[in-house]
Ligand binder design. Structure first.
Ligand SMILES: [Zn+2]
Length: 486
């Protein structure tokens, strides 16, 4: 009892409410890029160290630059957006890299796109009395409706976490409704147990969600299926809005002016980029990476594309006779537009996978572990832990896990039942594996090359190279899923 009491006193002192003078933030002792941990490689895996992390990170930076060029032409909705010139630029860029690596039959398979959701411009400004607050972080959820030519001017209300208790007896008709979420990794309709729908059903005229991830980031949500203009806000703007509404309580409510011009742009095209590395047999390994991404998309999917190109370069240097299987590299259109042209086409052409020993999806392969603290996010000098999927025989599971552990690839304890992301439509056509990171900055403008650890990018790429090499000693049928396997 006595011990507990002393512990309690110490803890109370540590959480003393006495205000302290603000202290200047501590600074890093080393630039993050120089302090990332390197995984030691054992002698039998030395060959894979020709896969260089800094070189691959250069590919991430080049893709981020394609996004910024598109943004700097005046596009408020930006990234390597499917159907735009940034899509074509990154396809041409990828083909040049594939040709330089020595792949054969490098070509672009074009697809016509249905009309694409392209918000042309938007603005959100709140006001309370004399005070105005520009909510610059406001980012429309994908496929959100616009406002038409007339801006909306709506009374702002705060519904906290939009739980059933928060929404009980609320009349939200004609209101701009702000809510908050600690559902950090949800960027879609499901956030906070279907909050968008609950709010809309109460009559809201505009909806704003703030994920409680410290910072001032713009965040792109997937479609949330609301029928009113819907936006994500940064933590900074979300809390400022909460305070504005709170300060006005009992008096005149703050108002929000919302303007958004949305066009559905017809006649655009996207593509799958193909490249082949012929092997000693007509059995194949297929390596995919989706080319699209929001904002700079350094991890989604700059790293995945870099990993795929790193594999192409590595295997192109090995004599054809020593490569058991032909390797097909696919830069796919992606899925952020919702229609996923490459994936849809591949799902309709199962014959492509008739002799496929392994499908490897390179998607969000390396990001810095971000640690959420009190009102801040701290970057670490190690890679974030990846979600992983392996669909095949016990032998394939073994080879895969050996590959990851040889290069210190951190994974969650339990693999995923199915692979989230680009190969969702095709993974059951052959044995398949993937690693994927969807961290705190995923789908935001904070997802920059600055959070991509070159050593981790090398580790994942080396692990995939080892897995491709190691399955070379295994018959195709011995890699396949058992009946009823995932
Ligand atoms: Zn992705």
């Amino acid at each position: 009892m006595k011990k507990t009491f002393i512990g309690f006193v110490v803890a109370s002192a540590a959480f003393s409410q006495t205000p302290r003078a603000p202290q200047p933030p501590m600074k890093a002792l080393h630039p993050l890029d120089e302090s990332y941990l390197n995984w030691p490689v054992t002698p039998e895996n030395k060959a894979y160290t020709s896969i260089d992390g800094q070189h691959l990170k250069g590919y991430v930076e080049e893709q981020a630059a394609i996004s910024r060029r598109y943004r700097d032409k005046g596009h408020q909705f930006w990234g390597r957006i499917i159907g735009t010139e940034a899509d074509n630029e990154n396809a041409q860029w990828m083909m040049a890299k594939m040709k330089a690596a020595g792949l054969t039959d490098v070509h672009q398979q074009l697809f016509d796109l249905p009309p694409q959701w392209m918000p042309q411009s938007w603005s959100v400004v709140a006001s309370a009395g004399e005070r105005t607050l520009k909510l610059d972080s406001a980012q429309p959820t994908h496929r959100s409706v616009g406002t038409g030519p007339e801006a909306l001017n709506l009374e702002a209300v705060d519904v906290a976490f939009a739980s059933s208790a928060d929404l009980a007896n609320r009349d939200l008709r004609g209101k701009a409704v702000f809510f908050y979420s600690t559902d950090f990794f949800s960027r879609h309709v499901t956030v906070n147990d279907g909050a968008f729908k609950k709010i809309e059903d109460l009559g809201a005229s505009a909806i704003f969600v703030t994920l409680m991830i410290p910072g001032d980031m713009k965040m792109q949500f997937y479609p949330v299926n609301s029928k009113v203009p819907t936006f994500a806000l940064s933590y900074k703007d979300g809390l400022a809005m909460r305070d504005l509404i709170g300060a006005a309580r009992g008096g005149t409510a703050p108002h929000v002016k919302v303007a958004m011009d949305v066009k559905m742009v017809p006649d655009e095209k996207t593509s799958t980029v193909w490249g082949t590395l012929p092997g000693a047999t007509d059995e194949t390994v297929i390596v995919t990476a989706h080319r699209d991404g929001w904002f700079e998309g350094a991890n989604d999917n700059g790293t995945g594309v870099a990993t795929m190109l790193g594999l192409a370069e590595y295997f192109a240097k090995i004599p054809q006779a020593q490569r058991k299987r032909t390797i097909i590299f696919l830069g796919t259109s992606g899925h952020h537009d919702g229609t996923a042209e490459s994936g849809t086409w591949l799902s309709q052409h199962k014959e492509i996978f008739a002799k496929t020993a392994l499908l490897i999806n390179c998607e969000h392969t390396a990001a810095t572990q971000l640690v959420q603290g009190n009102q801040i996010i701290t970057k670490s000098n190690w890679a974030s832990t990846l979600t992983w999927y392996v669909g095949g025989s016990k032998k394939l599971e073994e080879i895969t896990m050996k590959g990851y552990s040889a290069f210190g690839v951190p994974t969650q304890e339990i693999p995923a039942r199915s692979p989230a992301g680009e190969i969702g439509r095709i993974y059951m056509n052959s044995p398949a594996i993937q690693l994927i990171d969807t961290g705190l900055y995923w789908h935001s403008d904070y997802e920059t090359p600055d959070i991509i650890p070159a050593p981790a990018l090398a580790n994942v790429t080396r692990a995939y190279a080892k897995i491709i090499t190691d399955i070379g000693a295994v018959d195709l049928k011995d890699l396949q899923r058992p009946a009823g396997g995932y």
